[in-house]
Design a protein around this ligand. Structure first.
Ligand SMILES: [Fe+2]
Length: 480
């Protein structure tokens, strides 16, 4: 008797929960309040790698829960429409995700046994509803030139204001091989609407060009116990490598692409739980010790050196910098500070620039902070949305930062020597003034004294980098 009462109580509780969920996703007219509702037709289609980019390709997408069994079809791409008859059908893995706005099915699979340097056509869907056919190209099995786009924090106003950045980046370099996102892709970790905006902004680009993504602090939010947890959307959204330390799956990993090792570290996890530092450091050391690639590029969200005033990530610097310097990591691509900065560890003098790493902080979305003008900076910008085009070609690595309006803003080349060190060549355009404006949002909050101090720090920075003309103070409110 007691048990059956408990059973009916549980049944009632489940029914009420389901009703509340149903009502919260629909209005009385049956119309959804959700701006990005899942439907039977696939959306949020995104390529990534979980294995070798020369022979595999992973794809992830979303539908509503009516799609119980999902598939992809793939064939070598062909200019005739007849390629479709040669397509192979593969069944996806499907998982349910209930977000603040909806319940959805996320599907993923990995195409395996692909030929290197080959263009494939694929589509995803179910018996009733399919996506369009997309093209992608597998990587070469050996070292070959390639290009990728790097984006700092997108984070805010993704549909309205980040869209112009990713679209300008793609327009500047449509032959890019992949995209790299350095964390804070969205602002509130578990808001499905923001993920919907991130996909709206990038649209079909994600279906053609694979993404490497590392989480930022905004991909974390506090659970009911007050602990910081990775967004419940992160792992369903991406299919990333599982070659990192236990417990940090799909956030700490590496991918070897045509002679370059790309490493994602999870600095947001460090600030959620300090015990994640040591496993990451040990893992990093092990994969750098056994690294057959000519180049090594690391991405993580919190910067080793900060660009924004009042910020410093000592834990990140103490944990990872010694390992980077021990193995001569070439480039570290970061975000978090909503400003732009490029430089190196000054402690060992300019020769460190040739031994690596060069550190970059960038921002691609519209949220802006003030610069700190710290000594490590060699090129900086505030109040500017940027994207980066990075080309690796044999013994040369060309780095270019563009403003979101398509102007080349910063550039350098690393030339790899036989001993593994680099020759650093500064190629920043001298005729493009450094943009040091105070973001409109911050101006009313600053006192005259703070503005004066900001100007003073800029003048000192300008004096340190005196070789370069064209430094200008823009947008600084006049004070006595
Ligand atoms: Fe951020």
């Amino acid at each position: 008797m007691k048990h059956s009462r408990l059973f009916f109580f549980c049944l009632g509780a489940v029914s009420v929960t389901l009703l509340v969920l149903y009502l919260s996703f629909t209005t009385v007219e049956g119309q959804s309040d959700d701006p990005y509702p899942p439907r039977p037709v696939p959306d949020r289609i995104i390529l990534s790698w979980s294995d070798d980019p020369a022979t595999t390709q992973s794809v992830t997408w979303r539908t509503d829960v009516s799609v119980k069994e999902a598939f992809a079809e793939i064939a070598p791409a062909d200019p005739t429409p007849d390629f479709r008859s040669k397509a192979t059908k593969i069944t996806a893995t499907t998982e349910l995700l209930v977000t603040d706005n909806n319940a959805a099915h996320f599907h993923s699979l990995t195409f395996t046994g692909l030929q290197p340097e080959t263009m494939y056509a694929y589509r995803v869907g179910s018996e009733d509803e399919w996506s369009e056919w997309f093209h992608f190209e597998t990587a070469a099995a050996t070292e070959k030139p390639f290009t990728f786009l790097y984006f700092g924090d997108a984070q805010n106003e993704l549909k309205s204001m980040w869209s112009r950045c990713i679209r300008q980046a793609y327009s500047t370099m449509p032959n890019v091989d992949f995209l790299l996102h350095a964390g804070d892709l969205i602002n509130r970790a578990n808001r499905d609407e923001e993920w919907g905006e991130w996909f709206y902004a990038g649209g079909w680009i994600y279906g053609m060009k694979p993404s490497i993504a590392t989480p930022g602090n905004h991909e974390y939010s506090r659970n009911l116990l007050g602990q910081r947890e990775l967004s419940q959307l992160w792992r369903p959204t991406f299919t990333l490598p599982l070659n990192g330390p236990e417990g940090l799956e799909e956030t700490v990993f590496y991918t070897d692409y045509q002679g370059t090792r790309f490493i994602s570290l999870n600095t947001a996890a460090i600030y959620a739980d300090k015990s994640t530092i040591l496993p990451q450091v040990e893992w990093l050391d092990s994969i750098l010790l056994n690294n057959p690639n000519r180049w090594t590029i690391v991405t993580h969200h919190h910067p080793v050196y900060s660009t924004a005033s009042g910020r410093d990530n000592e834990e990140v610097r103490e944990a990872f910098q010694p390992v980077y310097e021990k193995y001569g990591v070439d480039l570290v691509l970061q975000g978090h500070d909503h400003t732009y900065g490029r430089g190196y560890n000054l402690q060992f003098g300019a020769s460190r620039k040739d031994k690596g790493p060069i550190y970059v902080v960038s921002v691609s979305g519209p949220k802006m902070y003030n610069l700190n003008f710290e000594e490590w900076l060699e090129r900086a910008a505030s109040n500017t949305q940027l994207y980066q085009i990075i080309r690796v070609d044999g013994e040369r690595l060309l780095y270019e930062a563009y403003t979101t309006t398509g102007t080349l803003y910063d550039a350098f080349e690393l030339r790899k020597k036989n001993d593994g060190s680099n020759k650093f060549v500064d190629m920043a355009p001298e005729d493009v003034p450094e943009i040091i404006s105070i973001p409109e949002r911050l101006r009313p909050e600053m006192t005259d004294e703070e503005v004066r101090e900001y100007r003073q720090r800029f003048q000192e920075y300008k004096a340190r980098n005196k070789g370069r003309e064209g430094l200008e103070v823009e947008g600084l409110r006049e004070v006595e």
